[in-house]
Ligand binder design. Structure first.
Ligand code: GLN
Length: 555
């Protein structure tokens, strides 16, 4: 039986969502974490996802958006990206549980005979497992654990999680727990007014299973009138001051914590949990936002991928570009390019006028030809290029085919029998038959070549970055590549794995096997993204100057 005690000082905030999905619960949790940290509290964040996959690692980006990778190699929900970007809370595989992961553990214990002959049931065995996952984060050095329950109240698969958080207040005392429910107040144009009924129904569902929310956060398009807050308060059994408006932000998600704080959310939370804190100091965040809201210049970056139409597939890449822009007081305008468009219409047509080209990670053959074409365009036209994971592998293929003349060069992920497997599986990956959690995952070290673009950008010759891939550069071709101008500027310190490549005769051409986008924050942009955006800004300047001095055609 897991113990039911928790450290007396650790408080718990549970965040549920109602009315519709995609309300931005992750962002709201991240914002709460950010505000509490800026009051000097030590927070931890965690998300429960009610689906049955053990983790999102095996899910398509169309289903799930980006898979967010942590230092310890956990493949997690993209909301954990918000947690990391907004707070300094350390994240580990204990910060994301799915129904599948919970059940897997319960079933493994049952097979091991740990339940001593009992009938294994949702209550108490599954709910105990969930509560143990919450308690794991409530260590002595933590003031507040924020637990986000994925999905929407009313979903069948979310019920065990809601039951567990209901029981949790009985275990640790209601005074140590706070239930926050995030809902939507839709504005009906035809009626000319906002509607509170869906919120009432959603809270009713929660109360029926024994959870009385303490605070309601209402997503709205327009300002919420006071009488609306009063009405919601009365019907939902909360104080009027506990009905907090969260209005849609048009410029930046980084405005969310500020507006929640203006609506007194952090004040209310610390009061209700009986926490004594330092006064809120968000001057660093405000300074960062000033740069977001008033950029001095603009730069156009093309991101060439295969899930481009889907908003969340490259979430951290877009965020990291924004962060680099913030650091350079610039607005990064991203042109999202479907790589198959390049295959159809040609690189010149699709990529003309961009200041930099980024090819992010990916899997499978679709769209690779377009990415290779985009990289050729960047290399030949001296446009800054940044390749990430599959982006590096495509840059290797491009160089092999178009510089070394190895026509049938490929990655064995696409063509197992190609004549020149310039990217291939390592021996240890050959034996793997299971798909879930079997890639090279998590933090790995890289030794950088002193004086290379990468080492100058990082300001260091040794770095650690997160990985998520199976295929590697094939070292049998290394000498040939080097002789033709490719620089292998980053390798694994203890072995031959290629981690970073650059081009000698190019202003800024760099690709990495890792995923640096997972370690960028709005207040601390990633050095490689910064280097890339800076090079793109410089190219833009040069282009603008040459346009200005070019004689105009007569007539
Ligand atoms: N599909 C490639 C591999 O597995 C690249 C993966 C990625 O871009 N994350 O090696």
């Amino acid at each position: 039986m897991p113990s039911t005690t928790t450290h007396p000082r650790t408080k718990h905030i549970f965040v549920t969502g109602g009315v519709v999905s995609s309300l931005g619960k992750g962002l709201t949790c991240a914002s709460i974490g950010m505000l509490l940290e800026h009051r000097g509290l030590r927070v931890r964040l965690q998300k429960f996802d009610p689906y049955i996959n053990v983790d999102p690692g095996t899910m398509s980006p169309y289903q799930h958006g980006e898979v967010y990778v942590l230092d310890d190699g956990a493949e997690t929900d993209l909301d954990l990206g918000h947690y990391e970007r907004f707070t300094n809370a350390p994240l580990s595989r204990d910060c994301n549980y799915t129904t599948g992961k919970i059940y897997l553990s319960v079933i493994e214990k049952e097979r091991a005979g740990d339940y001593l002959g009992k009938t294994v049931q949702v209550i108490p065995h599954v709910t105990d497992e969930i509560k143990a996952a919450i308690r794991k984060l409530a260590t002595d050095d933590v003031d507040v654990v924020i637990t986000e329950i994925g999905g929407t109240v009313g979903d069948i698969e979310g019920l065990p999680f809601l039951e567990a958080i209901r029981q949790f207040a009985l275990d640790v005392g209601k005074q140590n727990c706070l239930y926050i429910h995030l809902t939507l107040i839709p504005y009906l144009k035809a009626a000319g007014e906002a509607k509170s009924k869906p919120t009432q129904h959603s809270v009713e569902q929660l109360r029926r299973i024994g959870i009385q929310p303490d605070i309601l956060i209402c997503r709205t398009e327009r300002e919420m009138p006071r009488d609306m807050a009063e009405k919601i308060a009365m019907f939902c059994n909360v104080e009027t001051r506990s009905v907090i408006e969260e209005r849609d932000k048009t410029v930046s998600i980084y405005e969310v914590p500020l507006s929640l704080s203006e609506n007194k959310l952090d004040e209310l939370i610390v009061e209700k949990l009986g926490l004594r804190t330092a006064p809120l100091d968000i001057s660093d965040w405000r300074a960062m936002l000033q740069k977001v809201l008033h950029p001095a210049q603009e730069v156009n970056i093309a991101v060439v991928g295969k899930y481009i139409k889907y908003q969340d597939a490259y979430k951290s890449v877009y965020e990291a570009l924004d962060h680099a822009g913030i650091a350079l007081s610039s607005r990064v305008v991203v042109r999202r390019v479907e790589s198959e468009e390049i295959e159809r219409d040609g690189a010149e047509r699709v990529l003309g006028g961009v200041d930099g080209i980024l090819v992010p990670g990916g899997f499978g053959y679709r769209g690779v030809a377009g990415k290779v074409e985009a990289i050729r365009f960047a290399r030949e036209r001296q446009i800054p290029f940044f390749g990430i994971c599959l982006g590096l592998q495509c840059a290797v293929i491009e160089f092999a085919r178009n510089v070394l003349g190895l026509e049938d060069a490929n990655t064995t992920e696409i063509d197992r029998n190609c004549r020149h497997p310039v990217v291939c599986l390592l021996d240890e990956q050959f034996a793997i038959t299971q798909m879930g959690g079997t890639m090279r995952l998590g933090l790995y070290p890289t030794a950088l070549l002193p004086g290379s673009l990468a080492s100058v950008a990082y300001g260091s010759d040794f770095v650690q970055e997160r990985h998520r891939h199976r295929y590697e550069f094939n070292n049998a071709y290394r000498a040939q590549f080097e002789a033709a101008g490719m620089v292998f500027s980053g390798t694994s310190p203890d072995g031959p794995l290629v981690e970073v490549i650059e081009l000698r005769d190019h202003p800024w051409f760099l690709a990495v096997q890792c995923h640096p986008e997972f370690r960028s924050k709005p207040t601390k942009s990633h050095p490689l993204f910064r280097g890339f955006v800076k090079a793109s800004l410089e190219r833009r300047e040069v282009r603008k100057r040459s346009e200005a001095t070019r004689p105009r055609a007569a007539g």
